[in-house]
Design a protein around this ligand. Structure first.
Ligand code: SAH
Length: 218
C-alpha cells in the first residue's frame, strides 16, 4: 500500500535530503530543485514512509530497487539535461529517476524489462503530472529505434558493456551516462558522441546498481 499525502513534515525531510545531496557535491540547482519537489515517499510502500528521505536505495517490487537520491542526482547532473531534450532511460523501476528528468522539462522515454513494474506505473496517480514521460515495456539493450535519436541516454542498471545499439540511437553531440560493470561495483561513465561520429569517454566515481539483464521478464 502507498500513501499519497504530502505534509509539511515530508517537505521538511525533503529539504534536509536536498541539503545532504548538495553537501555531497551536487551543484546543479535544477537537479536539486527536482529532488526537493518530488515526493519520494509516493514511490515506496508506506512501510518506508519514515525512511523515504534517507539517502539510501530501497527495495521495490520484483527484487529491484529505487536508486539512492545521491546516485539519481549524480547521474542526472552528468547528463546535463536541458528542457525539451529527448532522454532515453533504461530501467524505469519506481519511475523516480524518470520523474526527476520530467521535472527538469525533458521529454522522457523510459524502458522497463519487468512487466509488473511497468504495469504498476500505469496506475500510479502521481505520474499523471508528467505527460512528458512515455513508458515502454521491453529490453533496454534494444533501445527505441523508432523514437530516436536521443539527446541523452541514461542507463540506471549495471551494464555489462556499452550497448552498441544505444550508441547508435544518440544524436551527434549527444551524451550517455552509464554505470559499467567491473565486478561488485560499477564505474560511472559518460560517453559523448562527437559531430563526426567518434566517441569521447570519461570515467567518474564507483556505484552499485542492480544488473542490466537481457530480454524481458513477464
Ligand atoms: N531508475 C530506477 C532504478 C531502478 S533499478 C528508479 O529510479 O527507481 C534498475 C531497473 O532496471 C530495474 O527495475 C530493472 O528491472 C531494470 N532493468 C534491468 N535490465 C533492464 C533492461 N535490459 N531493460 C530495461 N530495464 C532493465
Amino acid at each position: 500500500m502507498r500513501k499519497y499525502d504530502d505534509s509539511y513534515r515530508h517537505k521538511g525531510m525533503r529539504k534536509k535530503l536536498t541539503d545532504l545531496v548538495r553537501s555531497k557535491g551536487i551543484t546543479n540547482e535544477k537537479v536539486l530543485a527536482a529532488i526537493e519537489n518530488i515526493p519520494r515517499h509516493y514511490f515506496l510502500d508506506s512501510a518506508f514512509e519514515e525512511v523515504a528521505y534517507e539517502d539510501r536505495a530501497f527495495p521495490i517490487a520484483e527484487g529491484q530497487t529505487i536508486s539512492q537520491p545521491y546516485t539519481v542526482a549524480y547521474q542526472t547532473q552528468l547528463l546535463e539535461v536541458q528542457p525539451f531534450q529527448k532522454v532515453l532511460e533504461i530501467g524505469t523501476g519506481s519511475a523516480y529517476q524518470a520523474s526527476v528528468l520530467a521535472e527538469m522539462g525533458a521529454q522522457v522515454f523510459t524502458i522497463e524489462r519487468q512487466k509488473k513494474l511497468f504495469e504498476l506505473n500505469k496506475t500510479f496517480p502521481y505520474l499523471r503530472k508528467y505527460p512528458n514521460i512515455k513508458f515502454f515495456y521491453g529490453d533496454g539493450f534494444e533501445g527505441l529505434p523508432t523514437y530516436g535519436p536521443f539527446d541523452k541516454v541514461l542507463i540506471t542498471a549495471a551494464a555489462p558493456f556499452i550497448p552498441e545499439k544505444l550508441i547508435a540511437q544518440m544524436k551527434p553531440g549527444g551524451m550517455m551516462v552509464i554505470p559499467v560493470d567491473s565486478g561488485q561495483t560499477q564505474i560511472m561513465k559518460r560517453i559523448t558522441r562527437n559531430a563526426d561520429g567518434t566517441l569521447y569517454e570519461e570515467a567518474f566515481d564507483r556505484f552499485s546498481f542492480v544488473p542490466m539483464l537481457q530480454g524481458k521478464n513477464d
